[in-house]
Design a binder for this molecule. Structure first.
Ligand code: AMP
Length: 113
């Protein structure tokens, strides 16, 4: 089922896109939870982490590599940041197209809420 992220990939709705390559799109979260809050999504729609299997390692790996490259490029990699992937109800997932949240620009609390 198409989600709002498919519409962002297709440029049917606007987003503040900060990175794009053949497989990955990254854009600012519309409700930022930190001074930097960027979502890294695969262009291939996968609803949840549970839908990944053998052979899909690169789908998530590319999101992490793109997020770390972005952190270095933007100059906050050494200060640090947090990446989060929510899965289903208890994980707090609301958009069913897997995405990696990159949060930075303030110290993060642990445990998370
Ligand atoms: P999650 O709760 O992990 O599924 O995260 C979904 C995220 O997508 C939330 O942080 C939302 O604020 C964000 N979001 C929803 N719609 C948009 C949109 N149109 N543009 C940017 N971010 C969005």
């Amino acid at each position: 089922m198409a989600t709002i992220f498919d519409k962002i990939i297709a440029r049917e709705i606007p987003a503040d896109i900060v990175f794009e390559d053949e497989n990955v799109l990254a854009f600012r979260d519309i409700h930022p939870q930190a001074p930097v809050h960027v979502l890294f999504i695969p262009k291939r729609a996968v609803p949840t982490l549970n839908d990944l299997g053998e052979g899909d390692e690169a789908v998530v790996g590319r999101l992490a590599v793109a997020a770390a490259a972005y952190a270095k490029r933007e100059g906050f990699a050494d200060d640090g940041y947090r990446v989060v992937m929510n899965c289903n109800r208890d994980g707090g997932q609301t958009v069913f197209h897997i995405h990696l949240h990159l949060l930075a620009g303030r110290p993060m609390a642990w445990p998370p809420g």
